[in-house]
Design a protein around this ligand. Sequence first.
Ligand code: 5BU
Length: 275
Amino acid sequence: MSSKSTLPYATRAKNHLHPVARRLFDVAEAKKSNVIISADMGTTEELLKLADQLGPYIAVFKTHIDLLSDLSDSTISGLKDLAAKHNFMIFEDRKFIDIGHTVQQQYHDGALRISEFAHVVNASVLAGDGIIEALEQTMAAPNFLYKDERAMLILSEMTTAGSLATGDYTRFCIEIAKKHKKSVIGFVATQALTHFRGSEGGEDEDFVIFTTGVNATTKVDSLGQQYQTPSSAISRGSDFIIVGRGIYAAPNPVAAVKHYQKESWDAYLARTNQN
Ligand code: 5BU
C-alpha cells in the first residue's frame, strides 16, 4: 500500500514512476472524481450509453467485457471514443489467473481484445508471480502498440464473505508488486495495506488502491458481496472507489454518480487535509 495516501493526487501524479498511474491521478484531479463505475452491462448499447451518461463524473470506467452478448469492433471503438471524449480511463476487471503462456493470449489478441481498450487490468497471483512476468513481458514487447499506456493491479483482497485472499496471501501480493513496478501500479483491495509489516516502501513507492464493494446505502447482497460506504473506503486508504449497482441500478444513475463523486471526493480532501 501507499504510504503516500495523505498526499494530494496532483503531487502523486507528479512523482509517480509509472505513466499510467500518473495519468490516473491527473484525471482524478482534473475531474475532481475518484469514482470508478463498474459497468456490468449485457449489451454494447447499454454499455456505451452508460459510459456517455456517467463519463463526465468518473475517473475510470470498469468493464467485465465478457458479460457482453454482442462484443464487436463497435464496442471497442465506441468505448475508446467515449474515454477520449470524457477523459476517463478503462479498467477491465478480468482477474487473470492461469499459467503465463495462457494469460498472454487472453490479454492480447484473444476474443476479448483486452489489451486494445483497457489501460488497467488485474491479475491474481494464486499461481505465483509467473503471471505478472508474462503480462509484463507482453506490455513491454517491442511491437506492443500501447507501451507505457498499460498497467496492472494485483488482486490482493476480495470483498466476498469468507474470502481466502487475506493475511499471508495479501502479504505475498505486496512482495510481488514491489518486484514488478514496471507493470504493477497497485492493488485491488478493501483498504490501505500499510498494516502489513514490511509493506512500507522507499521514497519512490506509491501503490494505487482500487476498492470494490462500495455502496452508500446497502451492506450486503444475497450472494456474499459485502459493502462499505464511499467515505469509509477512502478514509481507510482507498484511492479509487468502484461502484456498480449503487449507481447503475439507482432510479437516476446520474444523480447517484454525483452523490458518490461528492462523498468520496470530500473524504479524499479530508484525508489529505485539503478541506
Ligand atoms: P456491485 O454492483 O457494486 O456489487 O459490483 C461490484 C463489481 O466489482 C462487480 O463487477 C464485481 O465483479 C467486482 N468485484 C467485487 O465486487 N469484489 C471484488 O473483490 C472484486 C471485484 Br476483485
